[in-house]
Ligand binder design. Structure first.
Ligand code: PHE
Length: 355
């Protein structure tokens, strides 16, 4: 063979090989033409052999270069096409498994529980008024829960709260008021201005009572704290929680640990205090939220009984204070019109999602 012949064969065969490789649509077909053109019996191997038989060194050099170029070109073509076939295969497999036209799945986002939101709001308002956070145990000594709050053993006032007893001296706290005494003893020096949020327990259950519920307690003791301060604090509180038009009304009441004691009423935010019309309209045109009275009871409060100050290690001749206790579930139920307290504790996402 001459150099010219080798050149001719190479050119023709490379063209053939390129179109054959390019036409392969599966890995098998591609491998088949690779063996055919680039394998032991392929034309390239033959051409390499012929190079050695050429007459002159120059021809051998020249031909060797041509063969190597052809070899490199074909291997690259082979590799490229192999890559394309594999990519097409991967895509085909994916298309089988994934329907990209399906709607996406929403990921679930966590959020605060409505009771947490309500408590946080209450604590924010109290915080802005200078109340510091305080805490106490849910499993409480009888002494803090009752005795230090003017309810000695056998005192009939204990009947107001259906108590879960752990033993004779230990109870599940029935209110957050024991934290009043704990805070006075711990802080010892006025001004004492604390807010306590937490769980409380009473043996009681229906659609507005749960054996476990939450309260926020407020306590303010200082040298000149008056009933007027209590009223002012409560007014700011209801405006911030229930809206600027809200009003408070205080009714005489009784708690062993405050004197005087009051029930705090909130002007009905549904009928605006008129007792009729509004969003909670009954069939008879009267407001169902306040039972047409124009007022809704929201908490207990009063001036700290001097005896309780004494139990808290403070001097009632020098100091006065007020305290109040709010039911968090009650506030949340009013705010959002939740009809049944148990909904808060069932953890049904259809309910919780709505807040
Ligand atoms: N601890 C009382 C209750 O749970 C509420 C209250 C707190 C009343 C503070 C007066 C002062 O019923």
């Amino acid at each position: 063979m001459t150099l010219a012949e080798i050149e001719q064969i190479l050119q023709r065969s490379v063209d053939q090989a390129l179109s054959a490789l390019g036409a392969a649509t599966t890995a098998d077909e591609l491998e088949h033409s690779r063996v055919h053109y680039l394998g032991q019996k392929g034309f390239l191997t033959q051409a390499k052999k012929s190079v050695g038989q050429l007459a002159t060194v120059d021809d051998k050099k020249q031909a060797g270069k041509l063969v190597n170029e052809a070899d490199a070109r074909l291997r690259k073509a082979y590799d490229d096409h192999k890559e394309r076939i594999e990519a097409a295969l991967r895509e085909a497999e994916l298309a089988e498994r994934w329907d990209v036209t399906l709607p996406g799945r929403r990921s679930l986002r966590g959020k605060r529980h409505p009771l947490t939101m309500t408590a946080d709001d209450i604590l924010d308002v109290l915080g802005s008024l200078g109340f510091m956070r305080a805490e106490g145990p849910e499993i409480e000594h009888d002494w803090y829960n009752f005795e230090a709050l003017n309810m000695p053993r056998e005192h009939p006032a204990r009947d107001m709260q259906d108590t879960f007893y752990i033993d004779d001296d230990v109870v599940l706290r029935t209110h957050t008021s024991p934290v009043q005494v704990r805070a006075m003893l711990a802080l010892a020096r006025p001004p004492i201005r604390v807010a306590c949020y937490g769980r409380v327990y009473r043996n009681d259950h229906d659609i507005t009572h749960s054996p476990m519920f939450h309260q926020v307690e407020g306590l303010y003791v200082d040298e000149t704290v008056t009933f007027g301060d209590l009223k002012g604090t409560l007014q700011v509180f209801v405006e911030r929680i229930f809206g600027a038009r809200s009003k408070v009304r205080l009714r005489p009441s009784f708690f062993p640990f405050t004197e005087p004691s009051v029930e705090v009423d909130l002007s009905c935010f549904s009928c605006g205090g008129s007792g009729s019309g509004g969003a909670a309209l009954g069939d008879d045109g009267r407001c169902r939220l306040c039972k047409a009275t124009g007022w809704i009871e929201i908490m207990g409060a009063g001036m700290v009984d001097p005896e309780v100050l004494r139990f808290g290690g403070l001097d009632p001749d020098k100091l006065t204070g007020f305290a109040f206790g709010i039911g968090v579930e009650r506030v949340a139920m009013l705010r959002w019109g939740v009809p049944d307290i148990r909904l808060f504790f069932e953890n049904d996402r259809r309910f919780l999602q709505q807040f």
